[in-house]
Design a protein around this ligand. Sequence first.
Ligand SMILES: [Zn+2]
Length: 87
Amino acid sequence: MKKKSWYLMANVPTGYTVTKCDEDFNHVETYYVQYERGKFYCSCPNIHAPECRHIKMVPIFNKHRAVGKGKFYCYDTEEWRMVKEFE
Ligand SMILES: [Zn+2]
Protein backbone atom coordinates (compact mmCIF):
# COMPACT_ATOMS: atom_id res chain seq x y z
CA MET A 1 0.00 0.00 0.00
CA LYS A 2 1.22 3.47 -0.87
CA LYS A 3 2.20 5.59 2.10
CA LYS A 4 0.13 8.63 2.80
CA SER A 5 1.34 12.19 2.51
CA TRP A 6 -0.28 14.95 4.50
CA TYR A 7 -0.20 18.60 3.48
CA LEU A 8 -0.48 21.71 5.60
CA MET A 9 -1.00 25.16 4.11
CA ALA A 10 -0.22 28.59 5.55
CA ASN A 11 -0.25 32.17 4.30
CA VAL A 12 2.91 34.12 3.52
CA PRO A 13 2.87 37.69 2.12
CA THR A 14 3.45 36.52 -1.47
CA GLY A 15 1.20 33.48 -1.43
CA TYR A 16 1.24 30.20 0.46
CA THR A 17 3.54 27.62 1.94
CA VAL A 18 2.63 23.99 1.40
CA THR A 19 4.26 21.69 3.93
CA LYS A 20 4.45 18.05 3.02
CA CYS A 21 4.51 15.54 5.88
CA ASP A 22 4.69 11.77 5.92
CA GLU A 23 1.92 9.55 7.27
CA ASP A 24 3.14 10.15 10.85
CA PHE A 25 3.09 13.95 10.33
CA ASN A 26 6.86 14.28 10.18
CA HIS A 27 8.06 17.14 8.03
CA VAL A 28 9.27 16.09 4.58
CA GLU A 29 9.49 19.28 2.55
CA THR A 30 8.04 22.77 2.27
CA TYR A 31 7.08 24.31 -1.06
CA TYR A 32 6.20 27.90 -1.85
CA VAL A 33 3.19 28.67 -4.00
CA GLN A 34 3.46 32.28 -5.11
CA TYR A 35 0.89 34.41 -6.83
CA GLU A 36 2.42 36.57 -9.53
CA ARG A 37 0.87 38.39 -12.48
CA GLY A 38 -2.42 36.54 -12.16
CA LYS A 39 -0.86 33.09 -11.98
CA PHE A 40 0.32 30.67 -9.30
CA TYR A 41 3.89 29.39 -9.34
CA CYS A 42 5.20 26.53 -7.21
CA SER A 43 8.75 25.93 -5.99
CA CYS A 44 8.50 22.14 -6.24
CA PRO A 45 10.67 20.24 -8.76
CA ASN A 46 7.63 19.42 -10.88
CA ILE A 47 8.11 22.54 -13.02
CA HIS A 48 6.99 20.95 -16.27
CA ALA A 49 3.51 20.20 -15.04
CA PRO A 50 1.14 23.01 -15.95
CA GLU A 51 -0.35 22.79 -12.48
CA CYS A 52 1.14 20.64 -9.74
CA ARG A 53 -0.86 19.26 -6.82
CA HIS A 54 0.38 22.05 -4.56
CA ILE A 55 -1.28 24.70 -6.71
CA LYS A 56 -4.40 22.54 -7.03
CA MET A 57 -4.64 22.42 -3.24
CA VAL A 58 -4.92 26.20 -2.87
CA PRO A 59 -8.65 26.39 -3.78
CA ILE A 60 -9.31 23.21 -1.77
CA PHE A 61 -7.76 24.67 1.40
CA ASN A 62 -9.53 27.99 0.89
CA LYS A 63 -12.89 26.28 0.36
CA HIS A 64 -12.47 24.42 3.66
CA ARG A 65 -11.10 27.53 5.41
CA ALA A 66 -8.08 25.41 6.33
CA VAL A 67 -5.23 27.80 5.51
CA GLY A 68 -3.11 28.40 8.62
CA LYS A 69 -5.49 26.37 10.80
CA GLY A 70 -3.40 23.29 11.52
CA LYS A 71 -5.57 21.16 9.25
CA PHE A 72 -3.81 18.49 7.23
CA TYR A 73 -5.10 17.29 3.89
CA CYS A 74 -4.35 14.06 2.09
CA TYR A 75 -4.52 14.82 -1.64
CA ASP A 76 -4.89 11.18 -2.66
CA THR A 77 -7.71 10.21 -0.32
CA GLU A 78 -9.25 13.69 0.27
CA GLU A 79 -9.13 13.16 4.04
CA TRP A 80 -8.66 15.95 6.59
CA ARG A 81 -6.94 15.68 9.99
CA MET A 82 -6.62 18.22 12.78
CA VAL A 83 -3.26 17.99 14.53
CA LYS A 84 -3.26 19.92 17.80
CA GLU A 85 0.42 20.81 17.96
CA PHE A 86 0.22 22.61 14.61
CA GLU A 87 -2.62 24.96 15.58
ZN1 LIG B 1 4.24 22.12 -6.64
